[in-house]
Design a protein around this ligand. Structure first.
Ligand code: SAM
Length: 281
């Protein structure tokens, strides 16, 4: 690949156009192409800033030809600026395949930092931020969501989730049940926009507030949840130790069921952990 091919990964605002950073504007104006998830949506953003750089569509999971076309442009020495509908590309948004393939072919990758809803919410949460995990969107189906939450119930670090407004109540109810009613969390809605709302409260109280006020079930939402208390978190290591010992003597399902009864953990989660342990042995 021609060394001059440049892929810029450019963050754009998550609602407030005043958050567009000057360097992003400069790159979008000077690039040969802008690659966008939705060219009509992003076209309006570019028009607002008087930018007329031509656009190409890009989505990680759509037609392979989109990817090949952009790689070809880079190979010819063009500069391409990747943006998503809002916020930072690759963060619950398209881009990772393009960055990976472009780097593999020798393109220069330049990230242009800017807004990201997960980080904006974390900054407002006042929860420990030395260690945190971005969990993205939970599964839409109830049973799968509950299994995912069970697996996170003993994590000691702060957890960040994106959630759709029509699922927020059900998700908060599951969290209150599986993480504990008293666990603190921040419901961050419509960040940087006119109706920005930040509610910091124990999970059960958030359930009540969201149930009683339909406005809290609208717009874009980030949930930041405190990690498990240290005591619970330590139990995870103990659970794995017990599971490992039982797996030496018993079939996986039985080992997981017995480990769950001994340690008070979740049978489903321990079974998944047993499968991973078996693979790694
Ligand atoms: N790439 C984006 C970023 O950097 O934040 C995230 C894209 S993801 C497809 C969209 C989700 O991000 C929304 O459903 C919501 O959970 C969260 N989100 C985006 N903008 C937001 C905002 N202004 N306020 C609260 N959450 C937001």
């Amino acid at each position: 690949m021609n060394k001059t091919g440049n892929l810029f990964v450019v963050a754009t605002p998550i609602g407030n156009l005043g958050d567009m950073v000057p360097r992003a504007l400069q790159v979008l104006q000077q690039a040969d192409w802008v690659a966008a998830e939705d060219t009509r949506h992003s076209g309006r953003l570019l028009a607002h800033f008087g930018i007329d750089t031509p656009m190409v569509p890009y989505h990680d999971h759509s037609d392979e030809r989109q990817l090949v076309r952009i790689l070809d442009l880079l190979e010819q020495g063009a500069s391409v600026a990747l943006i998503s509908d809002a916020g930072t590309p690759l963060i619950s948004d398209p881009g990772f395949r393009l960055v990976r393939e472009a780097r593999g072919r020798g393109a220069t990758i330049t990230p242009i930092p800017g807004p990201c809803a997960a980080i904006v919410a974390l900054c407002a949460a006042g929860l420990p931020s030395d260690r945190f995990a971005f969990e993205g969107f939970l599964p839409a189906k109830s049973q799968q969501r509950r299994t995912a939450l069970e697996a996170l119930a003993t994590a000691a670090h702060t957890l960040i989730f994106y959630e759709a407004p029509h699922r927020i109540l059900a998700t908060l109810q599951d969290m209150a049940e599986l993480f504990g009613a008293d666990r603190e969390a921040l419901l961050a809605r419509e960040l940087t926009k006119a109706h920005e709302t930040l509610i910091f409260a124990p999970l059960q109280e958030l359930v009540q507030r969201v149930r009683e006020d339909a406005n809290q079930q609208r717009g874009e939402i980030v949930l930041v949840v405190r990690g498990a208390p240290a005591q619970v978190a330590v139990d995870e290591a103990e659970q794995l130790r017990v599971l490992g010992l039982l797996m030496e003597e018993l079939p996986l399902k039985q080992a997981a069921a017995l480990a769950a009864r001994i340690t008070g953990g979740s049978k489903n989660v321990l079974y998944q952990q047993a499968l991973s342990l078996k693979e790694s042995r």
